[in-house]
Ligand binder design. Structure first.
Ligand SMILES: C[S@@+](CC[C@H](N)C(=O)[O-])C[C@H]1O[C@@H](n2cnc3c(N)ncnc32)[C@H](O)[C@@H]1O
Length: 212
């Protein structure tokens, strides 16, 4: 992602009630933060937030948490979300996903990974958000219901993810190599998805789950 420095990002982040700074204190207590026992779905690498915002508005009975590692991008997401909406079922975390076990106990029911960085070099493969390293971390934050939904333009990352997910006990409920020409309904677009679609680049999609 091209990173524009948002000059007043610290101020935007400091003044936002959407952003949870002290996320370790929420671990095992997210239901209290949301004041209900609704399911928790998270998006790792939410970018500027179109997808998580669209989901939060569409599904008010689900609690959504968007995670993003760069301050400037989080600040842009906050501005976008706060400009239009006052929503109670959405929170944001400025966090690198490698720290995810410090934010959640066994509380999460679904993880969305949209257009994750592909890390094409083999020596960086453990940085991919579907590497064994990350899938093991996700095991520690999932409740009994464990779902991972992925969208990507990158076929190598998609194939890699099919293998790692399968090796880690996931089964696939939906797989498409061309999401927008499939019968999969109710798709909510991300920023990257919109750009790729304008260029006629096909979107790979999967829904995986394991119940152990
Ligand atoms: C290619 S962009 C996709 C953004 C958005 N999901 C979309 O589809 O438009 C990948 C995003 O993931 C974020 N990201 C990458 N690795 C991350 C990590 N380990 N933890 C949190 N965010 C991460 C990047 O900063 C970037 O905003």
């Amino acid at each position: 992602m091209r990173l524009r420095n948002v000059k007043n990002k610290e101020e935007i982040m400091k003044n936002s009630s959407l952003l949870i700074v002290d996320y370790p204190s929420k671990k095992n207590h997210w239901n209290e933060e949301f004041n209900n026992n609704n399911p928790i779905y998270i998006e790792i690498g939410m970018g500027k937030g179109d997808f998580i915002l669209g989901n939060a508005l569409t599904y008010p009975d689900i609690n959504f948490i968007g995670i993003e590692k760069y301050d400037s991008i989080v600040a842009m997401a906050i501005e976008k979300i706060e400009k239009n909406n006052d929503i109670s079922n959405l929170r944001l975390l400025r966090m690198d996903a490698k720290d995810i076990e410090n934010a959640f106990g066994k509380e999460v029911e679904r993880i969305y990974l949209n257009f994750s960085d592909p890390w094409p070099k083999k020596r960086h493969s453990e940085r991919r958000l579907t590497s064994n390293t990350f899938l093991k971390k996700y095991d520690n934050i999932f409740k009994s219901n464990k779902e991972i939904f992925i969208k990507t333009d990158n076929i190598e990352l998609f194939e890699y993810s099919l293998v790692t997910l399968s090796n880690n006990g996931y089964v696939f409920n939906k797989v498409s190599l061309d999401l927008h020409n499939s019968d999969i309904q109710n798709n909510i677009m991300t920023e990257y998805e919109r750009k790729f679609t304008e260029k006629n680049i096909k979107i790979n999609y999967l829904e995986a789950n394991k119940n152990v």
